[in-house]
Design a protein around this ligand. Structure first.
Ligand code: SAM
Length: 195
């Protein structure tokens, strides 16, 4: 039933939905066009001003696209639950208030669809972002990564993510991945759970 890129994203969303509760604080580490940010907002918004989505991207156009999508899709009260930052996700600790209990941190790697394909996530900053994410994630939280391997550097980035995930101690972490066996260039979903 999984036939393409969007389906892996849907699978990721259904994993998030099974974990995230109304009122949670979550992070979208690659806002892009805002689809994941919006999906996360719907999961955390509880109508009483609680819940928060911290979103970040290194491109002004991505922050603008995300703001626009939110404006078209939700009311002002809900939009206020989203805090957007023009910052590299390796610096996520500078954007998120210290000691915030973060339930979920999501990455959708690669380039901005419809944007400049040369502005892309890289192994070096992705690894730094994973290290930061593992520090700020609350226990019983999840880091979710959709990784694309069809572009130059994508396969190396997957290797970096996998080697980070497999290096985590089993006492505190459970990591797994989903890939489509007969579609070797399809996106891979890597899930990193903190016990
Ligand atoms: N989640 C998005 C959505 O729902 O539309 C799609 C994300 S897109 C595949 C990847 C995004 O990562 C791009 O917008 C790109 O600008 C951003 N990006 C690349 N390097 C980054 C970095 N170091 N820190 C934060 N964002 C980065």
């Amino acid at each position: 039933f999984i036939t393409g890129k969007s389906k892996v994203t849907e699978l990721a969303h259904s994993v998030w939905r099974s974990l995230v509760q109304k009122g949670d604080a979550v992070v979208d580490a690659t806002c892009g066009n805002g689809h994941d940010t919006l999906a996360l907002l719907k999961m955390v918004a509880n109508g009483s001003g609680r819940g928060c989505v911290y979103g970040m991207d290194i491109q002004q156009s991505a922050i603008e696209n995300t703001s626009l999508l939110l404006k078209e899709s939700v009311n002002e009260d809900e939009r206020e639950l989203v805090k957007l930052f023009l910052v590299c996700h390796s610096k996520m600790e500078t954007a998120i208030p210290k000691d915030t209990p973060i339930r979920l941190i999501v990455f959708n790697l690669g380039y901005l669809p419809g944007g400049d394909k040369t502005i892309i996530t890289t192994s070096t900053t992705t690894l730094m972002a994973l290290q930061a994410a593992s520090h700020i994630l609350h226990s019983e939280g999840l880091i979710s990564m959709v990784v694309y391997v069809g572009h130059p550097g994508g396969r190396e980035e997957l290797q970096t993510v996998e080697s980070f995930a497999s290096s985590l101690p089993t006492e505190s972490w459970v990591t797994c991945k989903f890939e489509v066996s007969n579609r070797p260039t399809g996106p891979v979903l890597v899930l990193i759970f903190k016990k």
